[in-house]
Design a protein around this ligand. Structure first.
Ligand code: MLT
Length: 392
């Protein structure tokens, strides 16, 4: 038996796992100190009531012969695929229910989709970005090219025609920087992908946070149906981080080497996966009803208020930051030229506030730091008070 040698090329532990371990070590050494966690992007508000009601009703159905549901369809239940299709439709984007595939998470889909592609493909990854894109490709030994994000390009790198990529990741609004592409920015990527015959893997997990007139789906761009798969999730909008439900879109036009990608994906999913639970899919469908969308908006407004509170504190301290407007994340420059992990330790030690070191999202994240607005108002205010006291 031989092990997958590519695991040797990974960092020892997944970013958020490292943060959790270091936080736990600090907590063990400092009992009684109240630690405020603004690290991992996990929601804190309860689920929208309409979702819980739907899940309870779906549970009750399981007590009856008529209502009992066993294995569901591999692609997801029709009621949810139709609801997602209508969600796109309400914004003027036409996606057929048959092009939508439901799953237990955008993170899983983003990793699993790689089963469809040859190892020799060159992968283009923006830097900084959600570490799952890099790690899942390192695990199978794929070559990675980076598109650097920085203060000069507003953390929104543009395609470089001299670089030849086969798979391109785009996360907009970006995790961790909160930067979101406008139509022109995305058009450039779609044009590049079509020109070089590449496929865009578009992570739209934070689309619901977009407030400005910016694309919420890659399919708002002409030509994207022929070069992009979109991933989206119920985690950050409806707060389903614990429930687990997501979807991806594989338009009919995605045909490479005579093969329809959606058929390959169905082959993959039906072989390795039995679908998200029925009860959860009922809850997810309720999130997309009129009432559900209103309840989601209320929760997102609450988190946006937290982002404003954090931004206000950084403004007063004169610390550079981006994000927090079309995104739940605030991306700040570590004060006094500190490194990301140095600032992580300092913030934990001085303020007992946990954030995420920017360099965990890539080389370009060095010297930066991410705070999330997903905490409670009370904790966010307390964290901000402590930070202001310590760094003014
Ligand atoms: C994050 O904090 O970046 C996210 O919560 C991670 C995730 O969604 O998997």
């Amino acid at each position: 038996m031989k092990l997958n040698q590519f695991y040797n090329d990974l960092k020892d532990s997944y970013l958020f796992h490292t943060v959790a371990v270091r936080t736990a070590e600090y907590a063990a050494k400092n009992p009684g100190k109240k630690i405020i966690k603004l690290g991992i992007g996990d929601v804190t508000l309860p689920l929208p009531a309409v979702c819980v009601k739907a899940m309870k009703a779906a549970c009750d159905e399981q007590l009856t012969k008529e209502g009992f549901v066993g294995y569901g369809p591999y692609e997801g239940f029709e009621f949810l695929r139709n609801a997602i299709s209508a969600y796109y439709g309400s914004r003027g984007t036409k996606i057929k229910a048959s092009e939508i595939f439901v799953s237990d998470g955008a993170k899983s889909d983003i990793g699993n989709i790689l089963d469809l592609f040859d190892r020799d493909n060159a992968v283009l990854v923006p830097d900084p970005v959600y570490p799952v894109y890099v790690d899942t490709n390192v695990m199978c030994g794929r070559k990675i090219i980076y598109a650097n994000g920085n203060e000069d390009n507003g953390f929104l790198p543009a395609p470089d025609p001299s670089v030849k990529a086969d798979l391109i990741y785009i996360c907009s609004p970006n995790n961790p920087t909160g930067a979101a592409y406008d139509k022109k920015g995305l058009e450039a990527w779609v044009k590049y992908a079509l020109d070089v015959g590449a496929l865009i893997l578009y992570d739209a997990a934070y689309e619901a946070f977009i407030t400005k007139d910016l694309p919420r789906s890659v399919y708002e761009i002409d030509g994207a149906r022929g070069c992009a798969i979109e991933f989206c999730s119920f985690s950050k909008n409806a707060g389903f981080t614990g429930e687990r439900c997501a979807w991806c879109v594989l338009p009919d036009e995605l045909v490479f080497e005579g093969k329809k990608l959606s058929s390959m994906w169905l082959r993959r999913q039906s072989t390795r996966y039995n679908g998200a639970p029925y009860v959860i899919q009922r809850g997810a469908a309720a999130a997309l009803t009129e009432e559900g969308l209103l309840q989601i908006k209320k929760n997102l407004d609450y988190y946006k208020e937290n982002a404003k509170i954090i931004g206000g504190c950084l403004d007063r301290l004169g610390i550079y930051y981006t994000g927090g407007v079309n995104s739940p994340y605030i991306w700040l420059k570590c004060p006094d030229g500190l490194g990301s992990w140095e600032f992580f330790d300092l913030l934990l030690d001085k303020c007992q506030v946990v954030g995420t070191p920017g360099e965990g999202f890539g080389e370009c994240g060095k010297g930066f730091f991410r705070l999330t607005s997903f905490g409670s108002h009370e904790n966010t205010l307390e964290a901000v008070g402590r930070i202001e006291e310590a760094f003014r």
